[in-house]
Design a protein around this ligand. Structure first.
Ligand SMILES: *Cc1c(COP(=O)(O)O)cnc(C)c1O
Length: 348
């Protein structure tokens, strides 16, 4: 009956002993020690030592902010690495499968291909909500991961709470809730429901609202048991020292992050109001993220026209249910003014 992580873990991972690095074996207690254990160059330059493989300081700050324990968190080289670790821990190549809900983030399908795992797709409904019964019906004994992206990329909407709950209750594998855009959303993170759903995995990232796409830091939040499994297979030093330092200083500046998010949301409101007046924009989809998906008369033409004016957007027209759509990221006030001016010019 109850969910047990041991029932879904790959056989070869179960008995695995993780690589024990020098920095794992001796953990500094703050006293002055002479480190002759890792063959490092002893001359200080800021990065001559290996980084903390468990990122203890960073995890503690994140855990405190989110009301969790450090043992509920695994950090990765972007959330893309975190997602890949989930495949490698739980999905047996050529045997297991995952379920994804297009139109959605492209990396789930890419990772399923790389890891040789079947990707069962169940289209979102017309309103871009998950079709819960179709999803649960498509699951079989080998369905290990179900990817739920909310707010969803590229559609921008958040999924209804009852639907996500239904999937958490009805799916026998791990439900991976990708919250890359949660900080722009009025909704609470699913991380607050961790104790209620042992099969819940939440992924977040510093790449979007936190403004740190360049440092590559992804966050995986799950039960201690699931995190324990991922810890066994992660590369020892997957989050480098510069990333840990930069992330710490940025995270401590919560006021600045909040004000940037507020500014982006304000600009999104202005952009949407103008988009609604543009003749060739047929639909502006509701968005809880820092982008908006729009349907236009001819996406290829409009894409090229914008490009000629120096504005790069994403053409999402090849995605199911997304014909003639463009995805526009919300930029600064100045960038937004330029975008809105160009859109009006193209209307002439
Ligand atoms: C941008 C994005 C990510 C971020 O990936 P990183 O590897 O952390 O930069 C993850 N999921 C979705 C849905 C995204 O749009």
């Amino acid at each position: 009956m109850g969910f047990n992580v041991n029932n879904i873990i790959r056989e070869n991972i179960k008995g695995l002993q993780p690589y024990s690095s020098a920095r794992d074996e001796y953990v500094s207690d703050g006293s002055q020690m002479v480190f002759l254990d890792a063959n490092e160059n002893p001359f200080e330059n800021g990065v001559n030592r290996y980084p903390d493989p468990q990122q203890r300081t960073l995890k503690k700050v994140l855990a405190d902010q989110k009301g969790l324990e450090s043992e509920n968190i695994l950090l990765g080289n972007g959330s893309d690495e975190v997602l890949d670790l989930l495949f490698r821990a739980f999905c047996e190549p050529k045997v297991d499968n995952i379920i994804t809900l297009p139109p959605t983030y492209g990396m789930y399908a890419v990772l399923s291909g790389i890891n040789n795992i079947e990707n069962k797709t169940v289209l979102l409904a017309e309103d871009f909500e998950p079709d819960t019964e179709a999803i649960l019906n498509s699951a079989d004994a080998h369905s290990k991961l179900l990817f739920i992206c909310t707010p969803n990329n590229p559609t921008g909407n958040s999924f209804a709470t009852e639907k996500v709950m239904r999937l958490l209750n009805g799916f026998n594998g791990l439900v991976v809730v990708d919250e890359a855009y949660i900080d722009f959303s009025p909704n609470e993170s699913w991380a607050s429901k961790l104790s209620e759903y042992p099969n819940l995995v939440v992924t977040q990232t510093l790449s979007k609202a936190y403004g740190m796409a360049g440092v590559r830091l992804g966050i995986c939040i799950a039960s201690k048991e699931v995190i324990g499994v991922l810890n066994k297979i992660k590369p020892p030093y997957n989050v480098n020292e510069l990333t840990q330092q930069k992330a710490l200083s940025r995270i401590s500046d919560g006021v600045r992050i909040s004000s940037e998010i507020q500014e982006i949301l304000e600009q999104k409101k202005i952009l949407v109001s103008v988009l609604l007046t543009i003749g060739f924009v047929q639909k502006v989809y509701p968005s809880d993220a820092n982008f908006v998906l729009i349907r236009v008369d001819d996406a290829n033409t409009r894409y090229d026209q914008l490009l000629k004016k120096g504005i790069v957007v994403r053409n999402r027209s090849t995605q199911p249910r997304c014909s003639n759509t463009l995805r526009l990221t919300v930029g600064t006030k100045e960038e937004n003014i330029k975008l809105m001016r160009v859109l009006k010019e193209l209307e002439q």
